[in-house]
Design a protein around this ligand. Structure first.
Ligand code: ASP
Length: 461
C-alpha cells in the first residue's frame, strides 16, 4: 500500500530545499509513491509566494489590460533559478511559460474564471521540475495532471469542491498505475477542472485537499503532510514561545482545532481521510528527527484532558433580548432567517431564557449592522432597546477528547481566566464535549490563550 506525501510551499521554496525533499524524504522510503506539490512559498523574508505572484499577474492584467511583463519575468526567474540549481535544462520550462502567457493574454468575461486559469501554474511547473529531477536520477516517474486523472470540480472558481463522482474516476486512473509499475506518481496540488475542462482552484491552501483526495482514491496506508513546523502545536507559536507538538490527536479534535483557528491544515483536508480511516501525519521537512503529529480515528487515552488551545479573531456578536422568547414557537427560526436574508453565517449561538447571542464573522456583517438591527425590530424579535451588536470579539477554543467525562474542566478554565481579569462573555460547549469555546473581547484573546496553555502545559502543570 502506498503513502501519499504532500509538500507545502515552504518545502518547495527553492532548489536546495527541493533537492533535500527529493533525496532525503521522497526517495528515502519506496512506499512514498504518490507525491503532491504546492507552489513554491517565499524563498526569503521579502519574497512573495508564487501563488500570490500569479494572482498579482492576473489582477494586474485584468485591471489595466496591460501585459505585466515585470511580474512575469519575476515568475520565470523563480523557476529558472530552481532549474539551474537542480542542474536541469532550462528549455523544458519554455512550454509552460508560453502556456501561462497564452492564458494571461486570453480575454475572458469572468474575473474569477480568469484568475483560476492562471493560479495553477505554480503547482504545475513545480510538479514538472520535480519529475525532471527524479528522471535525471534514473527514477521512473510521471506527472499526472488533475485534468488527466478526472479531478472534476463543481466549477466554483476560487473555492471549488471536488464532485463526488470524481473519486471513482481518479481511482480508475491511478490504482492501475500503482499496481502495475513502480513509478512515482506526481500530482500538482490546488486545482482541478470543471466539466468544461476549465481550471478551477480549491480555496487557498488547497493542495492539502488534493493530497487527501488522492489518499482516499488510492486507499493509502498513510497521508503525510510535510510543512515547516513540527506538526500541530498545542498553541499558536506566535503567542507561545515554542509550544509543544501534539503527538497524537483524533480526527475530531483536529477538525475542531482547525476550525477554531489553528492554521496548519486546510479545514476540508480531513473529510476524505475520515471516509477511509486513513491516518494523517503532519511533519516538518526541516526537522526529520521529529515525528510530527499523528491524526487517527481514535487514540489510546494519554491522560491529557486538554490537547491544545487556539483562537480566532474577527467576530461581531449580535445580542438580542426578548421577554418570553423561550415560549415563542419558531422564535429562533425567525431570527436566523433575518440573518440568512442578509447573507450572514452563524459561527456560534447561545441562548438563555430571554436572550440570545449570535457570533458572526465581522467581515460579513460590516456595513449591514444597522439594516440587520432594523429588521429584527421590524419583525418584533426584540424588546425595545433589546438588541445590539458587540464588535471586536474573539473565540478561544480549548480542545481535547479527554474533557469528556472529566469533571471540573470548565470551572478550572474559567477560574484561570478570572484570575487574569478576563471577562468571559459567552461559553459554548458542544454536546460532543470535545471543545469549550469562550467568547471574549479581542484584547483579551492572546492573554487567555497564554493563560490556558500555561495552566495545562506550562511550568505549573
Ligand atoms: N499554492 C496554493 C496557495 O498558496 C495552494 C497551497 O499552497 O496549498 O494557497
Amino acid at each position: 500500500m502506498a503513502i501519499v506525501s504532500k509538500f507545502g510551499g515552504t518545502s518547495a521554496k527553492d532548489g536546495i530545499t527541493l533537492e533535500n525533499v527529493i533525496n532525503n524524504i521522497i526517495l528515502a522510503n519506496p512506499e512514498r509513491k504518490v507525491i503532491v506539490f504546492s507552489a513554491p512559498g517565499k524563498a526569503s523574508q521579502d519574497d512573495i509566494k508564487v501563488t500570490d505572484l500569479l494572482i498579482r499577474i492576473g489582477e494586474t492584467n485584468w485591471n489595466s489590460r496591460e501585459y505585466p511583463s515585470d511580474l512575469i519575468r519575476q515568475f520565470r526567474e523563480r523557476f529558472l533559478t530552481i532549474a539551474d540549481y537542480l542542474g536541469l535544462e532550462r528549455s523544458f520550462l519554455s512550454y509552460h511559460f508560453n502556456l501561462l502567457d497564452a492564458f494571461v493574454k486570453t480575454e475572458m468575461d469572468n474575473r474569477d474564471a480568469y484568475l483560476d486559469s492562471i493560479k495553477p501554474f505554480g503547482e504545475m511547473i513545480t510538479a514538472k521540475l520535480v519529475a525532471e529531477f527524479l528522471r535525471k536520477q534514473g527514477k521512473k516517474t510521471g506527472v499526472y495532471l488533475p485534468e488527466e486523472i478526472g479531478m472534476i470540480t463543481d466549477g466554483n472558481f476560487g473555492k471549488s469542491k471536488l464532485l463526488e463522482s470524481s473519486y471513482q474516476k481518479i481511482t480508475d486512473k491511478l490504482k492501475p498505475v500503482l499496481e502495475r509499475t513502480d513509478e512515482i506518481i506526481i500530482v500538482p496540488g490546488f486545482y482541478g477542472v470543471d466539466s468544461r475542462g476549465r481550471y478551477t482552484t480549491f480555496s487557498r491552501g488547497g493542495s492539502d485537499l488534493t493530497g487527501a483526495i488522492l489518499a482516499n482514491t488510492v486507499d493509502a496506508k498513510l497521508y503525510e503532510n510535510w510543512t515547516d513546523t513540527d506538526g500541530i502545536r498545542r498553541a499558536d507559536p506566535r503567542i507561545i514561545d515554542n509550544p509543544d507538538t501534539i503527538e497524537k490527536m483524533t480526527y475530531r479534535e483536529a477538525r475542531e482545532f482547525a476550525y477554531s483557528g489553528a492554521e496548519v491544515l486546510h479545514p476540508d483536508t480531513l473529510i476524505p481521510l475520515i471516509a477511509k480511516d486513513i491516518p494523517l501525519n503532519v511533519r516538518n521537512t526541516f526537522n526529520l528527527s521529529n515525528k510530527g503529529t499523528y491524526i487517527t480515528t481514535s487514540k489510546i487515552p494519554n491522560g491529557h484532558v486538554v490537547e491544545g488551545v487556539s483562537h480566532k479573531e474577527g467576530f461581531t456578536v449580535l445580542y438580542v433580548e426578548k421577554t418570553g422568547m423561550e415560549d415563542e414557537i419558531g422564535y429562533l427560526n425567525r431570527l436566523t432567517n433575518v440573518l440568512l436574508n442578509h447573507g450572514l453565517s452563524i459561527s456560534q449561538m447561545t441562548t438563555s431564557i430571554d436572550s440570545v447571542s449570535v457570533a458572526m464573522p465581522a467581515n460579513q456583517i460590516n456595513g449591514k449592522a444597522e439594516a440587520v438591527i432594523g429588521d429584527i425590530i421590524k419583525n418584533k424579535l426584540a424588546d425595545s432597546e433589546g438588541v445590539n451588536m458587540d464588535y471586536d470579539k474573539s473565540m478561544v477554543c480549548v480542545v481535547g477528547e479527554g474533557m469528556r467525562h472529566h469533571v471540573g474542566v470548565l470551572t478550572k478554565l474559567s477560574g484561570e481566566l478570572a484570575s487574569h481579569g478576563i471577562n468571559i462573555e459567552t461559553v459554548y460547549q458542544g454536546p460532543s464535549e470535545r471543545s469549550i469555546i469562550f467568547g471574549l473581547d479581542s484584547k483579551d484573546a492572546k492573554i487567555a490563550v497564554k493563560a490556558i496553555y500555561d495552566l495545562y502545559f506550562g511550568n505549573r502543570r
